[in-house]
Design a protein around this ligand. Structure first.
Ligand SMILES: [Zn+2]
Length: 253
């Protein structure tokens, strides 16, 4: 197969996966079933027809409105679909083959976690655990990082953030880290290996500073109590780091 087929397949498959992920991201926090039941309009609950289920295209055809009730479909749908398409395309562009397919799965799960943390300050344990498990298992198919490196990444990732969170709570008497952050950091370590962990924190901190500055410029109040989604920032950092590791062909540090 010519290599250009891979990224194109990655984009198309990513758009379809993204449509499913958008449903999870919108319904899961509401306690609604994600897998059972057909796709429905989030507003009038009318079952969607096949023509309404084509990622991006359906949205554009309907100008972002439900065909039945005319209520605007959450633009989250479109953003998640496009992001998932981009992730699939990039992953299979830098690594056409099994590495790229695994990288796409990494990116899609990170996207889901980033969106849930940004909107609901919630990193579902089950999702982080799934991410960690696939990361460790991926060492069977991908040589680098090897299993031990990934395992250490998982352990060091969890313990380091857990201790920081625990220390902060002792010192300040309130929670400074979400309970899901150490688990997500561990899961990222299971994919990138332990040497990448400082870079994940560095990247997340930079994004955090930038978003705090953006909030300030927009006149939004920020204080020491403002909860910025560290999980989202780590997830957003981790996927480009995976790409960088693939392109360099090893650890960045
Ligand atoms: Zn509707």
């Amino acid at each position: 197969m010519p290599t250009f087929v891979y990224p194109i397949a990655g984009i198309l498959f990513g758009l379809i996966i993204g449509s499913f992920l958008a449903t999870i991201i919108i319904r899961w926090p509401l306690g609604q079933s994600v897998v059972s039941g057909r796709s429905r309009c989030d507003s009038c609950e009318k079952q969607l027809r096949a023509i309404d289920l084509i990622p991006v295209i359906s949205y554009l055809l309907r100008s972002g409105k439900c065909a039945n009730c005319g209520v605007a479909i959450k633009s989250d749908h479109l953003i998640i679909e496009l992001s998932a398409g981009l992730i699939g395309g990039l992953a299979l562009f830098v690594a056409p083959g099994i590495d790229g397919m695994l990288g796409a799965i990494f990116g899609w799960l990170l996207l889901t976690l980033a969106a849930l943390d940004a909107q609901h300050h919630w990193l579902p344990d089950r999702l982080s655990l799934l991410l960690a498990a696939i990361g460790l298992a991926a060492s069977v198919a991908v040589d680098d990082p090897d299993f031990i490196n990934r395992l250490i990444g998982g352990l060091v990732g969890f313990i380091s953030l857990f201790l920081i969170g625990w220390g902060y709570q002792k010192l300040r008497g309130r929670e400074g880290l979400g309970g899901g952050d150490p688990k997500l950091f561990a899961a990222i370590g299971c994919w990138l290996g332990w040497p990448a962990l400082p870079l994940v924190i560095l990247g997340a901190a930079l994004i955090g500073i930038l978003s705090a500055m953006t909030m300030q410029i927009r006149g939004q109040a920020i204080s020491a109590d403002s909860a910025l989604p560290l999980g989202s920032f780590m997830a957003i950092t981790a996927f480009p780091l995976w790409i960088a590791q693939i392109m360099i062909g090893g650890n960045l540090l």
